[in-house]
Design a protein around this ligand. Structure first.
Ligand code: ZN
Length: 309
């Protein structure tokens, strides 16, 4: 009889480690590639503007933003556009969105035959919503590229359709929303503060791994910590230095704040991107500020670098 507790303990150990194994990150199945680590400036920095490509099980499945120049890195990545399920937009500033038309024209020459989903925030007077963005590019009468309108028109012949969804952005709604949940991954977002511009941070969970993306944000809505909770990789935008003043600090996070949320969110590894002239040569200062709050790995990636959780 005295062996009974030992057997129970062994069974508990077997069951609990099985349960944990079901949740642990299978990093062999997940790879995040940088298609654009730069900002909006016209710098000789060898960086496209913001864009990230998520590979799942060796297929390129999710694009996050399509900043200018990133389509060239997509080509270099050897990804196939027909494998992309969805494009997630943080917001519709030029440095996050300008290459969409290049992808859509390029996709004409692929064998893509299934819907392409696009999600992004609702708009304001001075910035387009997701639906306005694709409509104003491709509308048959009023679009910039009316010859590509069959990709958004249900009554026209085309090899595939673009299905665009606005996700309501509001200062008042600070809840995390689940946007996609399928067999292979889930996608969530939350409203963030980027001055007056509707913007989202994103979280993707796949094969037990968690990846999150701040997008451009100042932190004033205080919504990011829950979204990035326990991320294996957190991509944070390092667009301003610690001593920034004026408008830039109403739009972006200071390094000390990035360190604070990384610690509070229990982030396992952090990538700093959206480099600008004011931050690109100050990586030591940035790291020093982050280290006041966060002790985990911090990496300044270059375009085309890949990371596994
Ligand atoms: Zn930006």
């Amino acid at each position: 009889m005295f062996r009974f507790p030992f057997i129970l303990y062994s069974l508990y150990f077997v069951f609990s480690s099985t349960a944990l194994a079901g949740q642990s990150c299978d990093s062999t199945k997940v790879r995040l590639q940088m298609l654009g680590t730069g900002g909006p400036e016209l710098l000789d920095d060898n960086r496209a503007s913001t864009s990230y490509l998520l590979w799942l099980d060796n297929k390129a499945r999710i694009l996050i933003d399509t900043g200018p120049g990133s389509v060239q890195n997509f080509k270099r990545s050897k990804a196939r556009f027909q494998d992309i399920d969805v494009i997630l937009y943080s917001h519709f500033h030029v440095d996050h969105s300008a290459d969409l038309a290049a992808y859509i024209k390029g996709a004409f020459f692929t064998d893509r035959s299934r819907e392409l989903l696009i999600y992004g925030p609702s708009g304001e007077n001075f910035i387009a919503s997701a639906e306005q963005f694709t409509d104003r590019l491709f509308n048959a009468k009023t679009g910039v590229y009316p010859y590509l309108s069959p990709f958004i028109r249900s009554d026209a012949q085309s090899s595939y359709k673009i299905i665009t969804h606005n996700l309501q952005w509001s200062y008042k709604n600070r809840d995390i929303q689940t946007v996609i949940k399928n067999r292979n991954y889930s996608v969530k977002n939350v409203a963030v503060h980027h001055g007056p511009f509707p913007a989202f941070a994103w979280r993707i969970e796949a094969y037990g791994c968690i990846l999150s993306f701040s997008g451009d944000m100042s932190g004033r809505l205080q919504t990011i910590t829950d979204l990035i909770k326990d991320s294996d990789i957190f991509v944070a935008h390092n667009a301003i230095p610690e001593d920034a003043i004026g408008v830039p600090q109403l739009l972006h996070m200071k390094p000390s704040y990035i360190g604070k949320i990384a610690r509070e969110g229990n982030v396992k590894k952090m990538l700093l991107t959206h480099m600008m002239e004011r931050t690109i040569n100050r990586q030591d200062d940035t790291l020093e500020q982050i280290r006041k709050n966060y002790a985990g790995p911090v990496i300044f990636p270059e375009d085309l670098d890949s990371f596994q959780p």
